[in-house]
Design a protein around this ligand. Structure first.
Ligand SMILES: [Zn+2]
Length: 110
């Protein structure tokens, strides 16, 4: 659904769930990590379960590596994959905008 660079597959609505999950993980980690590169499938007619697997994490808290692009990975997610506007899933979850400055997120509690 998403990969670990700037690409996303818009053919599947499930991609929106993956991007919203990335948005959530970014906020939950205090803007230091994001879960990307989700693979998965949707059961039957798309109204059932969505299985997600094979995540990668871009983190500024752990050493960079082959799949952890650190801050560059965070920027890829924010600017290319998620973009400045939240999708319908982010909006349903009432996630704060992703491109706010980190300081302003400290008032948001999960
Ligand atoms: Zn969002």
């Amino acid at each position: 659904m998403t990969n670990n660079t700037g690409k996303k597959d818009k053919r599947f609505q499930a991609t929106e769930y993956g991007l919203a999950f990335g948005h959530f993980t970014y906020l939950l980690s205090d803007c230091q990590e994001v879960v990307v590169d989700l693979q998965g499938w949707v059961t039957a007619n798309g109204k059932g379960l969505t299985y997600l697997t094979d995540p990668q994490i871009h983190s500024t808290k752990t050493p960079r590596g082959p799949s952890n692009f650190g801050g560059r990975g965070l920027r890829y997610f924010l600017e290319e994959q998620h973009g400045p506007e939240c999708n319908s899933i982010c909006q349903l979850l009432k996630l704060p905008p992703v491109l706010r400055k980190p300081e302003s997120l400290r008032t948001y509690r999960f």
